[in-house]
Design a protein around this ligand. Structure first.
Ligand code: HEC
Length: 180
């Protein structure tokens, strides 16, 4: 092997090695649980969210109220990272691609003054009560055709209920959970 070829070989080897390192770091950032707040740990969850079409709204589905009563807000942290690409949750958080979601549960729809909503969302009227949030998060574009929220929806009712229960915690006075 000539020195030139050897150099090429070493170069390729180092290149691969570096690539593997970078991929490792990336997958740490994407899939680990340590960076609960801002990390885009969404790849796994995206497949999880969109690949359960079969369990969608069957006749035997538990009611939204009972799902909410047993929902686990903490279980939604991973899902929330997907939302976190476009939304902040905390009081005073910035609007990103989507509006800040502090205190959104029970609030009138599309009423943050510092965010420019689509006319579809602005014209919906009414409150983000549990049913409306559940319908919106099932399929934003079905619930609000023309919405600017480009998100396929959360197909599993339990995952949606956990997400809504998590959203509800971002308030100084969370609205009551539904009573059955
Ligand atoms: C790709 C960006 C994006 C993602 C991901 C996303 N949203 Fe949104 N969201 C938006 C945008 C943009 C709007 C405003 C929609 C409009 O004006 O039509 C919005 C609006 C909303 C609203 C209505 C807010 C209001 O003030 O009326 C809620 C609630 C909401 N999103 C919840 C969520 C949740 C929960 C998730 C995660 C499961 C999520 N969004 C994921 C972009 C996103």
């Amino acid at each position: 092997m000539s020195a030139f070829e050897l150099n090429k070989w070493i170069g390729a080897f180092l290149g691969t090695f570096l690539l593997v390192m970078v991929l490792n770091l990336l997958s740490d950032a994407l899939f680990s649980d340590h960076h609960d707040h801002n990390g885009p740990a969404f790849l796994v969850e995206v497949t999880d969210l969109v690949s359960h079409a079969g369990s969608e709204q069957t006749g035997t589905m538990e009611s939204l109220s009972s799902l909410l009563l047993t929902a686990d807000p903490n279980a939604a942290r991973k899902t929330a990272k997907i939302c976190g690409i476009c939304h902040t949750f905390k009081l005073g958080g910035a609007n990103k691609i989507g509006p800040n979601l502090w205190d959104v549960v029970g609030r009138a729809k599309a009423t943050r003054e510092d965010f420019s909503y689509s006319s579809t969302l602005a014209n919906l009227g009414g409150m983000w009560d549990y049913e409306a949030l559940d319908a919106f998060l099932t399929s934003p574009k079905t619930f609000a055709p023309g919405t600017k929220m480009v998100f396929p929806g959360i197909k599993k009712p339990e995952v949606r209920a956990n997400m809504i229960a998590y959203l509800r915690t971002f308030s100084d006075n969370p609205i009551a959970l539904p009573t059955k």
